[in-house]
Design a binder for this molecule. Sequence first.
Ligand code: GDD
Ligand code: MG
Length: 364
Amino acid sequence: MKALILVGGFGTRLRPLTLTLPKPLVEFANKPMILHQIEALVEAGVTDIVLAVNYRPEVMVKVLEKVEEQYNIKITFSVESEPLGTAGPLALARDILAKDDSPFFVLNADVTCAYPFKQLAEFHKSHGNEGTILVTKVAEPSKYGVIVSQPGSTKIDRFVEKPQTFVGNRINAGMYIFTPKILDRIELRPTSIEQEIFPAMAKAGELHTFELDGFWMDVGQPKDYLSGTCLYLTHLTSTKSKLLTYPEGNSYIYGGNVLIDPTAEVDPTALIGPNVVIGPGAKVGKGVRLQRCVLLANARVKDHAWVQSSILGWNSTIGKWSRVENITVLGDDVTIKDELYVNGASVLPHKSISSSIPSPTIVM
Ligand code: GDD
Ligand code: MG
């Protein structure tokens, strides 16, 4: 089977992390975001993956060459010279997507869930129309594509991208499967699949829904990245995942949902959890308190610091007795000096902070 992952976009909403790595390579639960999707696709029998990109492919190419070998799959970079939106990239990759009659998956790169690709493919084959969209329910539908189905049917009646007024709470989860016939609808130019293609397909009765079970989150911005991390960790806990096996002497885990890379060093007098991810090479000092936060690789939290609802970038350091909270995001190699209070700051890479930040600010 084949798949195309929409990787482009500049990931501006996940700055400052995306100033260092393209969004799909930013780790989510200690693994590059895109690898969660690739592994799930492979599991469903996909062997041919197109990555539709419009910036910095060179970093991605290196990382993904290894992935190709590891999973024995073919990954092709389809590089746009101008951003082609969410539909144009399908036309650009036409040769691969239409090389046989079998259906192909299309994924937004920034969504996390349990990826039920096998079931999605089975359902798609059963109805015989052009497309199936994975749908989920959210409380705040206005920032998503909203779907209205025909009563008592899986057929989609209306697709409204980012509605200004309330249309419904069932939304496009950003994952699809299509028959190659959809390609006849898409020209090679910047095109939004949500605004131009889906409404037409719905009108023609060619678009169905498949309900997603369990958690879902678009993790394309820091607040949602943290919420998505909590949901994913809860999922790991409920499925008794081996990933949540802690190193020896785990007295410091509090409340569960804690994922610690085996190469991280956590002082046994620290108190960690619930909902914490500690990346490879990270160091957590004496008496530290961590809740609902992510430490990316080689981040360091010095003795007696307190961190909540924040993302500490690669190689960043929190000084002794400092307190960091409220969706603070530190870029690569940021230092917060000792005894400071940092509230909702977004700090660009390589900065050193030596006075407190009492209210949410971007530090450039
Ligand atoms: N190759 C390529 N080229 N990819 C692109 C481009 C482009 O020009 N523009 C956006 N993308 C990719 C993004 O990187 C992302 O993976 C995906 O397309 C969707 O773009 P977002 O910018 O994240 O869209 P959104 O989150 O506002 O809305 C989309 O996702 C929601 C679910 O999270 C829509 O599909 C909504 O309908 C949906 O509900
Ligand atoms: Mg998104």
